[in-house]
Design a binder for this molecule. Structure first.
Ligand code: MN
Length: 147
């Protein structure tokens, strides 16, 4: 790496100071809720309704956190997480599963597939922001916007 370093190349991909969260969610209302709350708290969001696109966007944008719905139109959220966690560029990005599956065993399945945490729907906004901040801190390092 270092041997190939050239001054004409940037040192690293430009990285904004604001923390970015990738939301993978195919339900438009849920997506809007998650995005609106996160943006109100000062996070930047990247969004998609499909699992494979989520994997690709995670590689491209290197978000600080990924919120992963489980029921998606193409691959399942579990499969998307397995891909993310098996791929060095995205392996260390924390993934929080957000799922309407309220059946027992789902949390275990989510954690088995590599998710770092699990939030059942319907989401309590206080719990939701609490989990986000536990993983990546407040959006700009300052205190959250709505409290
Ligand atoms: Mn879904």
């Amino acid at each position: 790496m270092r041997e190939n370093f050239q001054l004409t190349q940037p040192l690293a991909a430009p990285r904004s100071a604001t923390k970015r969260i990738l939301i993978v969610e195919d339900n438009a209302l849920n997506m809007k809720l998650l995005r609106d709350v996160l943006e109100a708290y000062g996070y930047e969001t990247i969004t998609t309704g499909e699992g494979m696109e989520g994997v690709i966007l995670a590689c491209e944008h290197q978000p600080d956190l990924i919120l992963m719905d489980i029921q998606l139109p193409d691959i399942s959220g579990y499969d998307a997480v397995r891909q993310l966690k098996g791929h060095p560029p995205t392996r260390t990005i924390p993934v929080v599963a957000v799922t309407a599956f309220a059946m027992s065993g789902d949390e275990r399945k989510a954690l088995m597939s590599g998710c770092d945490a699990y939030l059942p729907k319907p989401i309590s906004l206080r719990d939701f922001i609490g989990v986000v901040e536990r993983f990546i801190g407040a959006a700009g390092g300052a205190a959250g916007g709505l409290r």
